[in-house]
Design a protein around this ligand. Structure first.
Ligand SMILES: [Zn+2]
Length: 387
C-alpha cells in the first residue's frame, strides 16, 4: 500500500495480533512487501524456531554510516483487560486512536513507513536504517540478534533513535535491569528434629534479608541520579514459594528477584556482593548439615541501561528533529541500552504516544502525537537528504 497515510499504516499494523507469544511473521511479511514495492530490499533475522523475525533495511548509500530507526513489533497481551472496543481494530474517537500498540509502539513504525516514500527519488547524504524487532516486551530478546547482525555489517549506523512512547520528548537514559531466580535445596526432616534438617525457606529468608540490607545501603549512600524519580538503584524480591506443611522442614524454596541500576552503578559489583554472600556465608552452613544441599542463584535476564551524555551529537541531533531543548530520563526499560552497550551505537529515545497509555486497556494515541512524529520525520528527511 505505497502512498498510504500514517493512520492507514497504523491501522494495518495494529490488526496483526503480535502479542509476544504469537508469531510476528505476518506483520514482517507485510512490511517487507511494502518496502519491496518501493524498491527497498530488507533482511529477516529469525529466532531459533523460525516463528518470529527481526527486520532490517537500509535506504540510501550503503558505504556511509546512517541513522537507525528502531521499533519493536510485539505488543503486550490484552487478556483480562476491560477493552471497550476490539483491541486489534483501531477506533477513532475525537482526537484519539484506540487499539493495542497504538502508543507502544506500532504508531512509530506506521509513521516511519508512511514517510519512506517521500525519500524515494531524493539523494540521501547518509542512509536510513530500519530495525524492527520481536519479543521486546518479554525481556528485549529479539533485538540482540538484530544488533549482532548490524555489528557484522561493513559500515555500522552512526546512531539509533528508539521510538518508544516518550510523547516526543528526548530521553537520554533509563535504568538497566538484571533478574534472577534463587533455588534453595535443603534437607527434609520432621519439624520436631529441625536441627537435623536444612530449612530451605529459612536460608532463602536469610539471603532475602541480606538483599534488603543492600537495598537500604544503596538508598542511603547512592550513587544518585536526580534525573530519575527514584534516584538510586533498587533491589526487589517479587515472589517466593517454598515448603509443604508446617510439620516438615522444607526441602525446597524458590524466589525471584531483580535489581534496577542507574548509569553510575556497576551491576557486576552488586551481583558479586550477593553471589558471594550466598556461596560464602549461607551455603557452607547448609552443607555442614547435609552435603547434598545447595543455594543456587541463576541470572535469567540482563537488559543494560541507557546513559548517553546530553552533550552527545546524537542527542543534539534528536533535539533538533523534535524541536526541543530539554531532555529527561525514564523509568521504563527499552532496547536503547542494548544498542548502546551490545552494539556500541549511541542511542536516544524519542517517539509518539505516552507511556501512561502503554500496556493498559483502551490504549490510545492522540492525533497530535502522530502529527508531531510526522513533522519529526520530515525534519529528519531535510537533514539527511540533499534536495
Ligand atoms: Zn515498547
Amino acid at each position: 500500500m505505497p502512498g498510504a497515510t500514517s493512520l492507514e499504516l497504523i491501522e494495518k499494523l495494529v490488526a496483526f495480533d503480535t502479542t509476544s507469544r504469537n508469531t510476528n511473521l505476518d506483520l514482517i511479511s507485510f512490511v517487507q512487501g511494502y518496502l519491496a514495492h518501493l524498491g527497498i530490499t530488507s533482511s529477516r533475522i529469525h529466532n531459533e524456531t523460525g516463528s518470529k523475525a527481526n527486520l532490517y533495511a537500509t535506504i540510501g548509500p550503503e558505504n556511509v554510516s546512517g541513522v537507525l530507526l528502531s521499533g519493536h513489533t510485539d505488543v503486550v497481551p490484552v487478556d483480562g483487560q476491560d477493552w471497550h472496543t476490539d483491541p486489534f481494530q483501531i477506533v477513532k474517537k475525537e482526537n484519539k486512536i484506540f487499539g493495542r500498540g497504538t502508543s507502544d509502539m506500532k504508531s512509530f513504525i506506521g509513521i516511519t513507513l508512511a514517510t519512506i516514500p517521500k525519500f524515494i527519488g531524493k539523494t540521501l547524504k547518509v542512509p536510513l536504517h530500519l530495525a524492527f524487532s520481536y519479543d521486546e516486551e518479554v525481556g528485549c530478546l529479539g533485538v540482540r540478534s538484530l544488533i549482532d547482525f548490524v555489528n557484522d555489517l561493513p559500515v555500522k549506523p552512526i546512531m539509533a533513535i528508539i521510538g518508544e512512547p516518550t510523547s516526543m520528548e528526548v530521553v537520554t537514559g533509563h535504568k538497566g535491569k538484571r533478574s534472577y531466580v534463587g533455588q534453595v535445596e535443603g534437607y527434609e526432616a520432621h519439624s520436631s528434629l529441625a536441627p537435623l534438617g536444612v530449612n530451605a525457606v529459612e536460608y532463602a529468608a536469610e539471603f532475602i534479608a541480606f538483599l534488603k540490607t543492600m537495598a537500604r545501603n544503596i538508598e542511603k549512600d547512592g550513587p544518585f541520579d536526580p534525573l530519575y524519580d527514584v534516584q538510586h538503584s533498587t533491589l526487589h524480591v517479587g515472589t517466593i514459594r517454598g515448603g509443604t506443611a508446617l510439620n516438615i522442614v522444607p526441602k525446597v524454596c524458590t524466589f525471584d528477584f531483580e535489581f534496577r541500576y542507574i548509569g553510575d552503578e556497576d551491576p557486576d559489583q552488586i551481583e558479586t556482593q550477593f553471589m558471594a554472600y550466598a556461596s560464602e556465608k549461607i551455603e557452607p552452613k547448609m552443607k555442614a548439615v547435609s552435603e547434598s544441599s545447595k543455594f543456587n542463584i541463576k541470572r535469567v535476564n540482563d537488559v543494560p541501561g541507557l546513559d548517553i551524555s546530553p552533550d552527545h551529537e546524537a542527542v543534539s541531533f534528536v533535539k533538533r528533529l523534535a524541536k526541543r531543548n530539554d531532555y529527561k530520563k525514564v523509568a521504563f526499560g527499552t532496547e536503547a541500552g542494548l544498542y548502546q552497550h551490545r552494539g556500541e551505537i549511541p542511542a536516544v529515545i524519542c517517539g509518539p504516544g505516552s507511556i501512561e497509555q502503554a500496556h493498559k486497556p483502551n490504549e490510545f494515541i492522540t492525533l497530535d502525537q502522530i502529527h508531531l512524529a510526522e513533522n519529526f520525520f520530515l525534519r529528519l528527511m531535510d537533514n539527511i537528504c540533499e534536495n
